[in-house]
Design a protein around this ligand. Structure first.
Ligand code: ADP
Ligand code: MG
Length: 324
């Protein structure tokens, strides 16, 4: 028998809260904010057919919906506290909801955060999560903090790189053919991103600026450059690439690595004097980081190859209203 709205919430989404003062069940949830801290807040919506394929396993969808939100907190160097979930569902399907909740809460538990409220309605499948985190007042890492002379860094899985999620999308679109473990590797990157929450917090006092990579490196770097009033030189050959992506033609490697979305890695800038400290911080949290370029006073983005020669090509970033 199908569950009604309130039974559905009680069965799948209501869990006792420990950190929040009040969780699911009243008109508002209540969060205590520690003195000297600021609340960092971010929302991301996932729409079927737009952000995920209808074939994705519900547990992976639950994971990803929370992961992309945690990635925004990571980019600000915030510590996650709690989240809300606004859910639009075509039907109350217990098998789907069970899977969704399991993926969602597995990642939530990993980060010690709790679901404190939300909204549930019938409609096309759509998930919107809002995350709340805390950051020492005035210390959040911002897009606007970058300075000329900074190194440009990106995070990546140890032994992996950027662009695998985009490569998976190309396989789903039928543009690239990959099988076996190679397909599973890139599909995993697309469906199960690991938000770099620990790295974001470890970058306090090291990085001048940070952003998470959701719409493609070049576009996201462009946001930092505009917000900070600086330019950059990026060595495309320094982009970290997984063995699976590195086995593809060079043009596809660059397209996936430079323009592909859905990486959910951090791009950050830090002064060269802190190189060793950045590497040590990344090592301490078990995440790879690579230096891909430097920030310059002259505005604009200069893309070069490993020999320093300008790179030709049109690498667009993803924009929901401009992209096909
Ligand atoms: P209201 O009508 O006052 O906005 P609702 O009846 O929509 O409240 O929701 C009842 C309670 O269930 C609220 O505490 C709300 O935050 C919570 N809630 C609703 N949907 C979800 C969900 N998908 N996940 C977690 N909590 C939810
Ligand atoms: Mg109400």
């Amino acid at each position: 028998m199908a569950l009604g709205e309130f039974d559905l919430i009680a069965k799948f989404f209501k869990r006792p809260v420990r950190r929040a003062a009040l969780g699911v069940g009243d008109d508002c949830a209540l969060l205590n904010v520690a003195p000297g801290m600021q609340l960092a807040v971010s929302s991301d919506m996932l729409v079927e057919g737009r952000h995920f394929l209808s074939t994705v396993a519900p547990a992976r969808l639950g994971h990803k919906a929370l992961a992309v939100n945690l990635s925004d907190l990571a980019a600000c160097g915030a510590r996650p506290l709690a989240f809300t979930l606004a859910l639009s569902l075509p039907k109350s399907d217990p098998v789907f909801l069970e899977g969704l909740a399991s993926g969602l809460f597995a990642l939530a538990d990993e980060h010690g955060i709790e679901l404190i409220g939300g909204d549930t309605t019938a409609g096309p499948l759509n998930l919107c999560i809002t995350v709340f985190g805390e950051v020492p007042a005035g210390r959040a890492l911002l897009r606007s903090g970058a300075r000329a002379g900074d190194d440009v860094w990106v995070s990546h899985p140890l032994g992996g790189g950027l662009g695998d999620a985009r490569l998976a999308l190309e396989v789903f679109r039928g543009h690239v053919s990959l099988g076996g473990w190679e397909f599973e590797t890139v599909r995993h990157a697309m469906e199960q991103p690991r938000p770099r929450v620990a790295l974001g917090q470890a970058l306090h006092g090291l990085a001048h600026s940070a952003i998470d990579l959701s719409d493609g490196l070049l576009g996201d770097l462009g946001h930092v450059l505009r917000a900070s009033g600086v330019g950059a030189r990026v060595d495309a050959d320094a982009l970290p690439r997984s063995p699976v992506l590195a086995a593809q033609p060079r043009a596809l490697q660059l397209e996936c690595g430079l323009s592909g979305g859905d990486d959910y890695e951090l791009l950050f800038s830090a002064p060269p004097a802190r190189r060793a400290a950045v590497l040590a911080a990344a090592q301490a949290v078990g995440v790879g980081v690579s230096r891909i370029g430097e920030l310059q006073a002259e505005p604009g983005l200069r893309l070069v190859d490993g020999y320093g020669a300008p790179l030709q090509g049109d690498f667009a970033s993803f924009d929901h209203f401009l992209s096909a």
